[in-house]
Design a protein around this ligand. Structure first.
Ligand code: PLP
Length: 380
């Protein structure tokens, strides 16, 4: 068979089969949930209903290749209120169907088949699939666990070559929570465009805030990605965006044509966006608070544990603790599954030394607390 993904074995893996079998027995605690709508985090429906009703009254499809002007103005306003502010104009914003689609557009914009992109050695697994759509090579740079998962500048320099078209940075990072909080001299040295994914921006924990990387690097082309899946817990409404800083503007005309080619962002969600920003603040704060409380609970519980070693993350909504006295992450995940708690093995996120598991602090608090107890007991 030819075509994308034709080389992959698409049958469920051993862990997924075991998870299904264990779930069928009942009483399995899933600590991996990252879909807010299944964790009781629902954006106020009355706000959505009122704004949607207004849409039907004035409905008329006039697509703009960059996206609805009011939605783009709301995004510009959002960045002006970040710390430090990122000053952009509505022309610098492109609305897409999702952050994932935004990546796809940028990969197409910046690279040709055979080129490469630099990605962290541990990260959420979407990049390899998106890169495969464009026949791009992924080269990894290291995040140093002993330095709170900070980007290892030397490995970034080593990974880059003449066919490197972009550096991907996720801040706050999934799953380690690391936040890039200061300019990186290596990025300026390399001068390669940066794609910065900030979908977890409001979710801070040890860090006071998430500075927009584009503001830290005003002389480098930086494409900032975000969307409503995490920001407003609305993954079903499908809306993301790309914000260009000033040096990235040279790409704007071609990006407009690319976005016009798909016109993926739906008009209703674009119409809702100003209302989400205007009325979503208290919901967003409650969501951030839930994650913080869960993180604190888990960190306190792990603090005295002989085998589970967790660091307070700068942000994000995951914990990625190391587990000592195990060397096989899949065997560990299967062992925990047998004891009624499902976690992701570290290798789902890349190739990091040691044995890690991923747990999501977005989980409903009572379930999260019970799951953390089970995890601790199983590894005691
Ligand atoms: C770091 C990161 N970026 C992007 C996404 C996907 O966002 P979207 O729903 O906008 O495609 C996820 C989803 O988990 C994510 O973890």
């Amino acid at each position: 068979m030819t075509g994308v993904f034709s080389h992959l074995d698409l049958t469920p893996n051993r862990l997924e089969l075991a998870r299904q079998a264990r779930a069928a027995q009942g009483d399995l605690i899933d600590l991996t949930g990252s879909n807010p709508t299944t964790q009781g985090l629902l954006f106020p429906s009355e706000v959505l209903a009122a704004a949607t009703a207004a849409y039907w009254q004035q409905r008329c499809y006039r697509p703009d290749p960059r996206g609805d002007a009011m939605a783009r103005a709301a995004i510009v306003n959002y960045y002006s209120r970040r710390s430090p502010p990122l000053i952009i104009t509505p022309d610098d914003v492109f609305l897409t169907a999702s952050t994932s689609e935004a990546y796809y557009l940028l990969f197409s914009l910046l690279s040709d088949p055979g080129d490469n992109l630099l990605v962290p050695n541990v990260t959420y697994p979407l990049f390899e699939y998106l890169a495969a759509l464009r026949n791009l090579e992924l080269r990894s740079y290291q995040l140093d666990e002993e330095h709170d998962w900070r980007i290892n500048a030397r490995s970034l320099r080593r990974a880059a070559d003449e066919r490197t078209r972009a550096i991907l940075i996720v801040s706050p990072h999934n799953p380690t929570g690391a936040i890039v909080d200061r300019p990186l001299a290596t990025l300026n040295l390399l001068g390669i465009p940066v794609i910065c994914d900030e979908v977890f921006a409001p979710f801070t924990y040890a860090a006071a805030n998430t500075p927009p990387l584009a503001a830290l690097h005003p002389d480098l082309p930086v494409f900032t990605l975000n969307g409503i899946s995490k920001l407003f817990a609305l993954p079903d409404l499908k809306l993301g965006w790309i914000a260009l800083n000033q040096p990235a503007r040279v790409f704007a005309a071609r990006l407009e044509l690319l976005n016009d080619t798909l016109l993926g962002a739906n008009a209703l969600s674009q119409f809702l966006l100003p209302t989400l920003f205007a009325q979503g603040e208290s919901f967003m704060s409650a969501m951030v608070e839930r994650v913080r409380e869960n993180l604190t609970l888990a960190l306190n519980r792990f603090a005295g544990h002989p085998r589970i070693h967790a660091r307070a993350p700068a942000g994000g909504y995951y914990l990625f603790p190391a587990v000592s006295d195990w060397d096989d992450e899949e065997a560990l995940a299967l062992f925990l599954l047998e004891r009624g708690v499902f976690v992701h093995p570290g290798y789902f996120y890349g190739d990091v030394p040691g044995c890690h598991v991923m747990i999501s602090a977005l989980t409903q608090p009572a379930v999260f607390a019970a799951g953390v107890e089970r995890l601790c007991a199983a590894l005691a």
